[in-house]
Design a protein around this ligand. Structure first.
Ligand code: CA
Ligand code: CA
Ligand code: CA
Ligand code: CA
Length: 697
């Protein structure tokens, strides 16, 4: 069997021998993994499929470090369809081996090829044996017979596809049925429409016993207690009978205890805590969760039941002391007293329940209040749709919030009291619902200067001598107004990044990653880290470090550029690119307010790449700016710039400083040379950074 590099070499040689084509190198966009699940402690083979090209795949990086992955060489060497073209590889086979004690649950992964790095793919680590859907199972009369416990992996592969499974149950058994499907599709780059699975249980006479559509967001879950033994049937389909060959699913069926959630939801770090188990198949009342000392924020941690390891649960780890609500606390007079800072655990335990807390606040000292209960795209899945109010002691509502943002349905707010005194914080369900599973954590802490970072660009792949750009966005919080220094940790050998400081009057900056001309093929997961000096509660200066959340571009129906948070941030050195280098002159610019500068751009193409190239200084799509390094008062003069190079290689960019542009000092900007892959996806290669200053008037 040939190794990937030998296959790549064969291909490179073939490129030299044959007529050149218009090779547009994209990144592979992983669409599905089938089977979706792999059993821990076992080696199993899965198919990983992608849009664009997986040719030259040589390594799979799996999140978490507890799953070994090995690419199985193809039985037949991929051949190009046309001489000179790249062989097209739409799927690869990967052998996955999760460690025996690997945490069960979803994992992100990426495939590194000699030409690129893929978008994020998803796989699921499970405890029980994997059963793969076989043949025609579209009717109750022709089901796949499965033995339990097990994890059924299949696909809703076409419109009107309905998958039937039959299994034997012992009298008195309680089984949990848990589906992973829709919630793994949100991070998939190129999946225009998403599945909405619905799961239904039938007895042998065709009577419906249980059904669920949306429990974990769009994915179903239910449990059923079987009084009588015998054969039972399970059906899965899309809620509107739609289908797609890329719609893979896993149905985890077990008779072990299963908790859909725990109370308390907020746990302290560095401790083992006893928790109440929630949900119809918990089978026992309590378990324990051990939180590592280093854990912080939303976590997926193993639950222990009767001292034995069970499945993981989603919890929130707060850096503040944890507290508990004390019922009755439905009225202002009954409010549970708290001292700040605190992360208090509460539950809207029946319809109409209201939870009130009272705190003493001083005039002018801002308080941050945040509810954590249910967050799309995370493991927090309380049914509570919380609403948060701040009231004065007379019961007047001073501040209120339902949703932190369109993406975060949990409420949060910052409240600055106008007078010293006692205030009440009130939590309830927006629609007056409630129940034992309606748990939440409420974090109350002084609103101290802070910031968060997001990075547009979740992956970069660099040919030797080449550069790519990422846009880092800073969200300054609670009066923080200082500069943020940004660096990148764990870059592959031969890759460097230019220093970036996002000045106080800017909210974003560009990171230009560059591979040295000698850099060899490599791939690593990296971290983009921001550091800033802030004042703590005592007014002392301290350094605050925040890690950027990588955001992956997602292809939206209709051609929009969507974005979704992912966990893996990856940089690779590849063997070649369509654009080898983007040369810009000058590289250091000082403008007076009102002045213009012309930047000459020369694109060094790969000899094989003859297609169109466009230039820009901003990351834009359909009129929306997703990233710009330009300081305030500096604009791109479109009319004087030559950005559409067609099949040429030379252009220019004209920038203008407005007459009132404020001064700035050596702000890095860069020029992008863009190759269109399709209507939506552009691959942006970058120049090295240009340092732009504006002198004071
Ligand atoms: Ca099917
Ligand atoms: Ca559903
Ligand atoms: Ca309550
Ligand atoms: Ca209450």
């Amino acid at each position: 069997m040939k190794r990937a590099w030998q296959i790549a070499l064969t291909w490179l040689l073939s490129m030299m021998l044959f007529q050149p084509g218009v090779a547009q190198i994209s990144y592979p966009m992983i669409t599905y993994t089938h089977p979706l699940a792999v059993q821990r402690g076992q080696s199993s083979e899965v198919e990983v499929a992608a849009v664009q090209n997986l040719f030259g795949a040589y390594q799979v990086l799996v999140e978490g470090g507890d799953v070994q992955a090995e690419i199985i060489p193809p039985k037949q060497e991929p051949k190009p369809e046309k001489p000179g073209a790249l062989p097209l590889v739409r799927s690869i086979r990967v052998r996955l081996t999760p460690k025996p004690d690997a945490l069960t649950g979803p994992r992100e992964f990426r495939v590194a090829t000699s030409l690129s790095i893929s978008s994020v793919g998803q796989l699921l680590v499970v405890e029980d044996p994997v059963i793969v859907e076989q043949g025609v199972n579209n009717a109750r009369e022709s089901p796949n017979k499965v033995s339990l416990p097990g994890v059924i992996c299949g696909r809703i592969e076409a419109a009107e596809d309905v998958d039937w499974f039959a299994f034997e149950v012992k009298p008195g058994q309680t089984l949990s049925f848990l589906v992973y499907c829709a919630r793994l599709q949100d991070k998939i780059h190129d999946l225009q429409k998403h599945a909405d699975p619905i799961l239904t249980l039938y007895d042998s006479s065709g009577r419906e016993l249980a059904s669920n559509d949306d429990f974990y967001f769009a994915d179903p879950y239910f449990a059923y207690h079987f009084k009588e033994g015998g054969t039972y049937y399970l059906q899965i389909r899309d809620a509107i009978y739609d289908g797609d060959p890329r719609w893979v699913y896993a149905i985890c069926i077990t008779d072990r205890p299963y908790a859909t959630g725990v109370y308390p939801l907020a746990l302290p770090p560095g401790k083992s805590s006893t928790v109440e188990l929630l949900g119809p198949a918990r089978q026992t009342d309590s378990g324990t969760v051990s939180v590592p000392q280093s854990a912080q924020g939303i976590q997926w941690l193993p639950l222990h039941i009767h001292g034995k390891p069970a499945h993981p649960v989603g919890v929130y780890v707060s850096s503040y002391p944890t507290g508990f609500e004390q019922e009755s606390n439905d009225t202002l007079a009954q409010a549970t007293p708290l001292s700040i800072p605190v992360c208090v655990n509460g539950r809207i335990q029946k319809p109409g329940d209201v939870d009130c807390y009272k705190v003493r606040l001083n005039k002018g000292q801002a308080l941050r209040c945040e509810v954590l209960a249910r967050r799309f795209g995370t493991v927090l899945n309380s049914p509570l749709d919380a609403s948060l109010d701040i009231l004065d002691s007379q019961g007047r509502v001073l501040a209120t919030n339902d949703d932190t943002s369109t993406a975060i349905k949990d409420p949060s707010l910052t409240f600055t009291p106008q007078a010293d005194g006692e205030y009440v914080i009130r939590v309830r369900d927006l629609f007056g619902k409630g129940g034992e599973t309606f748990v939440y954590a409420l974090e109350l802490a002084p609103a101290l200067p802070d910031f968060t970072l997001r990075c547009d660009g979740d992956k970069a792949w660099l040919a030797p001598g080449g550069s790519m750009a990422w846009y880092v966005h800073v969200n300054r919080l609670h009066g923080f107004s200082g500069p943020v220094s940004v660096a990148v940790r764990n870059l592959p050998e031969g890759v460097t990044v230019h220093p970036l400081v996002i000045p106080p009057n800017m909210t974003q900056g560009v990171l230009v990653l560059t591979a040295s001309p000698q850099a060899k093929r490599a791939v690593t997961n990296i971290q983009v880290v921001g550091v800033a000096s802030v004042r703590d509660a005592a007014g002392k200066e301290k350094l605050l470090e925040r890690i950027a959340t990588p955001i992956q571009e997602i292809y939206l129906p209709g051609g929009g550029r969507g974005r979704f948070d992912v966990n893996m941030h990856t940089v690779a050195v590849v063997e070649r690119a369509d654009v080898e280098r983007v040369e810009v002159t000058p590289q250091v610019i000082t403008l007076k307010p009102g002045e213009e500068v012309k930047i000459a751009v020369r694109v060094h193409r790969h000899p094989e790449y003859k297609g169109n190239i466009g230039l820009d200084v901003m990351l834009r799509h359909l009129g929306t700016i997703y990233g710009t390094p330009l300081p305030p008062g500096v604009t791109l003069v479109e009319g004087k710039s030559k950005t559409l190079l067609g099949q040429g290689s030379e252009g220019h960019i004209v920038l203008r400083a407005a007459p009132d542009a404020p001064p700035c000092d050596q702000v890095p900007i860069s020029v992008l040379a863009q190759v269109s892959i399709n209507f939506v996806v552009k691959i942006s290669y970058s120049s090295s950074p240009i340092l732009l200053s504006i002198s004071p008037k």
